[in-house]
Design a protein around this ligand. Structure first.
Ligand code: FES
Length: 104
C-alpha cells in the first residue's frame, strides 16, 4: 500500500512553470503548483467553501479561488485576502528523478 511519501504524483516535466493540476491521493485531492521557485502542494479544496482551487487563478505566488475571491500564498497556504480565514493546508514536495511525491 502506498504512503504519502512514496506515492508518485506525476513527473516534473508534465507540470510547466506557471501551471497547476490536481491529483487524487487516497481520499484527498492535492493541487500541485509549479512556480519558477519550485513545486508546491496544497489541498485542492478551498478552506472557505470547498470550491476546487484547480479552477482558480494563479497570479505569481498567489492563488485566487474563483468562487468568492479568497487568495492564498502558494508556498505557505496563508490567506492573503479573504473571505477565507483559514489557511490552506500545504504539503512539502519531494522531487526524485523528476518524480513528484510528498514528504512523509
Ligand atoms: S470557496 Fe473559495 S473563496 Fe469561497
Amino acid at each position: 500500500m502506498d504512503t504519502a511519501s512514496n506515492t508518485k504524483l506525476g513527473n516534473v516535466n508534465d507540470l510547466p512553470v506557471g501551471d497547476m493540476h490536481a491529483v487524487k491521493m487516497g481520499d484527498r485531492e492535492i493541487l500541485l503548483i509549479r512556480l519558477d521557485t519550485g513545486i508546491y502542494a496544497m489541498d485542492n479544496f478551498c478552506t472557505h467553501g470547498a470550491c476546487t482551487l484547480a479552477n482558480g487563478k494563479l497570479e505569481g505566488g498567489t492563488l485566487r479561488c474563483l468562487c468568492h475571491g479568497s487568495e492564498f500564498n502558494v508556498k505557505t497556504g496563508e490567506v492573503v485576502n479573504g473571505p477565507a480565514t483559514t489557511p490552506q493546508p500545504t504539503f512539502a514536495v519531494v522531487l526524485k528523478n523528476g518524480e513528484i511525491s510528498l514528504a512523509p
